[in-house]
Design a protein around this ligand. Structure first.
Ligand code: ZN
Length: 281
C-alpha cells in the first residue's frame, strides 16, 4: 500500500513537471506568436510618391517622397529580419502609378498592404499621426499600426480614419495608409529628418504588423484581455464626407479623394492629380 502510494506520488510529481514544462513551452510560443505566422504572409510596402511626384504641398521644403522611401526601406529590413516575405512597390526614387501599386498588392493571395505617407498643411501648427483604412478586414491592421505609431511618436493622435483612397479601395487584401506626421510642422519635420526617428517610425509600424492579430475587439467583451492584446482603436468614418467638409481638408494630396467614384477613367486633369496624389483617386 505504502509502495503504491509512493508510486502515485512519483507519478503526480512527474505529471506536474510535465505540466510545468508544457507551460514553459507554451509561454515561449506565445511570446513568439506575432512572428509565428509570418512566413505565410507577404507584406507589400508602398512608399508614397516618388520620381516626379515629390508629395506634399507646393513649396514644401522636406520632400515627402524621400522620407516615405527611407521609412519603407527601414520597415522592409525589420520585417525581413522577422521572417516576413516583403515586397516593395518601389525601392528607389521612381514613380509608380496607383494601379501598378494596387496590382502588386493584389497579386499575392495572403498579403497585407502598408502605405507610408507624411502629411502636409498650409497651417504650420497642424500635426499628428493618422491611419487610414477602407475595408472592414483592414481595421485590425490599421488599429494595430496606429496604436504603435501614435503611441511611439511625440506627435498628437489624429485617430484611425476610414476613407476610400484609391489604394485602399482597390486592394483586395487588408490595406492601411499611415500618415507618419506633418512635414510642414516645424517640430515634426525636424524629427522626421533624423535617421533615429525614421528608424523609430519603422519599428512602430513593424510592431503593428506583428501585432495585427492581437487586436481586441470591443464587440467581444468575453474575450480574455492579455497584456499583449491591442485595444481596437475608435475610428472616424470619412467615406461620406461632403464637399464643403473636404474643402477644409489640409492635405493637397487628399483633395483627390473628392473625385467621383463613378468615373472609371479620369479626365486629363484628374489623371495628373491622381498621379501626383497616390493616396487619393
Ligand atoms: Zn502622401
Amino acid at each position: 500500500m505504502a509502495r503504491r502510494f509512493c508510486r502515485l506520488r512519483l507519478l503526480i510529481t512527474g505529471f506536474s513537471i510535465t505540466l510545468l514544462a508544457c507551460n514553459a513551452i507554451s509561454a515561449a510560443g506565445a511570446s513568439r506568436t506575432p512572428q509565428s505566422n509570418s512566413p505565410s504572409i507577404t507584406v507589400v510596402i508602398d512608399a508614397g510618391h516618388g520620381g516626379f511626384d515629390r508629395g506634399g504641398i507646393p513649396g514644401q521644403r522636406i520632400p515627402e517622397k524621400e522620407m516615405t522611401l527611407d521609412v519603407a526601406q527601414r520597415l522592409k529590413a525589420l520585417l525581413a529580419a522577422s521572417g516576413y516575405r516583403v515586397v516593395m512597390t518601389r525601392d528607389s526614387d521612381v514613380f509608380v502609378p496607383l494601379p501598378g501599386r494596387v496590382a502588386i498588392a493584389n497579386s499575392y493571395d495572403n498579403a497585407i498592404f502598408v502605405c507610408i505617407h507624411f502629411n502636409s498643411a498650409k497651417r504650420m501648427g497642424a500635426g499628428g499621426i493618422e491611419t487610414y483604412f477602407f475595408s472592414r478586414e483592414s481595421l485590425p491592421l490599421a488599429s494595430a499600426i496606429h496604436y504603435y505609431v501614435a503611441g511611439g511618436a511625440p506627435s498628437s493622435n489624429r485617430g484611425v480614419r476610414r476613407r476610400g483612397f484609391y489604394v485602399l479601395r482597390q486592394t483586395r487584401v487588408p490595406a492601411v495608409l499611415v500618415e507618419c506626421g506633418f512635414l510642414t510642422n516645424p517640430t515634426e519635420g525636424q524629427y522626421v529628418q533624423t535617421t533615429a526617428y525614421r528608424q523609430k517610425l519603422a519599428e512602430e509600424i513593424a510592431a503593428g504588423v506583428r501585432g495585427r492579430n492581437s487586436v481586441g475587439s470591443a464587440l467581444s467583451p468575453t474575450r480574455v484581455a492579455t497584456s499583449e492584446s491591442i485595444p481596437l482603436q475608435p475610428y472616424i468614418d470619412q467615406t461620406k464626407v461632403t464637399k464643403s467638409e473636404h474643402r477644409r481638408s489640409k492635405h493637397s494630396h487628399k483633395k483627390s479623394a473628392r473625385k467621383k467614384k463613378s468615373s472609371s477613367k479620369p479626365t486629363g486633369s484628374e489623371a495628373s492629380a491622381a498621379s501626383a496624389n497616390p493616396e487619393g483617386n
